[in-house]
Write a protein that binds this ligand. Structure first.
Ligand code: PLP
Length: 428
């Protein structure tokens, strides 16, 4: 396997692109080496410009849940393209996608489409403040909610990958209303409420996916919701990653918890730039043009993106792959643990349905602090050996691996072989 063309493009890209990438985690900073450039993808396979073929466990960081270029999605997009790309006016497909989303999430009567997960969350936060008339927001350390100023503290993901505590350029004032709590620790939330009486709500990734995969323990989400109700504060579920992935109705369906405000992204656009936030009528009526909370977007509800979303979610519902995800995920988890045992490597695997990742530690990982006990150098060695053996992983210890319904038995055999080679290398 060689990476000559990727190397060439990387050098060329450095001239006019920052680090030759448009999102920092793509830069391979924490695993060493240079980024791969992708030529195309189909089904469960992604192919780089040097014609190396990989089983894709990145899946564009989640959206490609059906695999790449599913024929029904492709057909829907081709059809939409023929009618025009953007109108700045409403279309029937926005109503159709809104209905699919609201039917899947009982906590949402209405939804507003935006262009990314970041936009969904920043709008959801504004809405929580508008509805409650309070300013403070609690977030959990290690949860990432996009790159809006107010939440770019203790934010896991890219920041953790680059070992940054927060981002430069975020003024103190922008984070003065952000309080940090510890995932899976309700007392850490309660303490903030003892000190402040102006907390609008708590934002959470119902399953952490940006500090590696971290699963809510016991009844954490339910207890959090009950506690927030007692304080007239809102539960804001950032289901950008888990929405339509943990279950069709997201983590809320799986854990039987209704959020007050839900933020979505990734899967709902099927690979196109879409985000959404929604809530029950009483809350959504705060949003312009019905209410006084302003939020807008030139390309929001973009017709091509709506077609991508509708076709993806319709096919996803038809396939109902959640049991398959559970089984395949379990197989990969078993492969990882068996290889770790064989080569005597400390490994903890966290998995939630189709999201999983290994931590190179013997510590049980239930929060960001524990996630950071992972040996990231070992992850770097593991990562490159997986690449060389044809498995495309996120180039960061703190990003989840994703499964698509396009994964095959052959892919699993390739993953097993690669994991064993990679673990042997880690043990050297
Ligand atoms: N929220 C969560 C949970 C995410 O995982 C992400 C992105 O990874 C975002 C928000 C931001 O979404 P986007 O990258 O589409 O702006």
């Amino acid at each position: 396997m060689n990476f000559k063309k990727s190397q060439k493009l990387y050098t060329k890209g450095l001239k006019n692109l920052v680090g030759a990438v448009n999102s920092p985690v793509r830069a391979f900073a924490s695993v060493g080496g240079n980024p791969l450039f992708i030529k195309r993808a189909k089904g469960s396979t992604i192919i780089d410009v040097d014609n190396n073929r990989y089983v894709d466990l990145v899946l564009s960081y989640g959206p490609m849940i059906l695999g790449h270029r599913h024929k029904k999605v492709q057909r829907a997009i081709n059809k939409a393209l023929k009618n025009g790309y953007s109108f700045g006016a409403s279309t029937q497909n926005e109503i159709k996608l809104a209905k699919i989303v609201c039917d899947a999430f009982p906590s949402m009567d209405k939804v507003r489409f935006v262009n990314s997960g970041t936009e969904a969350v920043l709008s959801g936060i504004r809405l929580a403040r508008a509805f409650t008339g309070k300013d403070k927001i609690i977030k959990f350390s290690g949860c990432y909610h996009g790159h809006q100023d107010a939440l770019l503290v203790a934010a896991g993901s890219g920041l953790a990958t680059l070992s940054l505590p927060g981002s430069k350029g975020v003024p103190e004032g922008a984070v003065k209303n952000t309080l940090i709590a510890t995932y899976n620790d309700l007392d850490s939330v309660k303490r903030h409420f003892e000190e402040h009486d102006d907390i609008a709500g708590v934002i959470i990734e119902p399953v952490g996916g940006n500090m590696g995969v971290v699963i809510p323990q016991n009844n954490f989400l339910k207890e959090l919701k009950v506690f927030l109700e007692s304080k007239d504060a809102l539960l804001i579920a950032d289901e950008v990653m888990t929405g339509f992935r943990s279950k069709f109705g997201g983590a809320q369906e799986l854990f039987d918890v209704e959020a007050d405000i839900t933020c979505l992204g990734k899967v709902i656009g099927g690979g196109f730039p879409v985000g959404a936030y929604g809530a029950r009528n009483e809350i959504m009526e705060m949003v312009a043009p019905l209410g006084g909370m302003y939020q807008a977007g030139t390309l929001s509800g973009n017709p091509i993106a709506m077609a991508g979303g509708i076709s993806t979610l319709t096919e996803l519902k038809r396939q109902d792959p959640y049991q398959q995800f559970e089984e395949v995920g379990k197989q990969i988890e078993t492969i990882l643990l068996a290889a770790a045992e064989k080569y005597n490597v400390d490994l903890t695997v966290n998995r939630f349905g189709s999201m999983l990742n290994p931590f190179f530690t013997n510590v049980k990982v239930t929060n960001f602090e524990e996630a950071q006990s992972s040996d990231t150098e070992k992850f770097g060695v593991f990562f490159w050996e997986m690449i060389k053996n044809g498995v495309f992983l996120p180039p960061s210890q703190f990003e989840a691996w994703f499964l698509s319904s396009a994964i095959t038995e052959e892919d699993l055999a390739k993953i097993e072989k690669a994991v064993n080679k990679a673990m042997e290398k880690v043990a050297e």
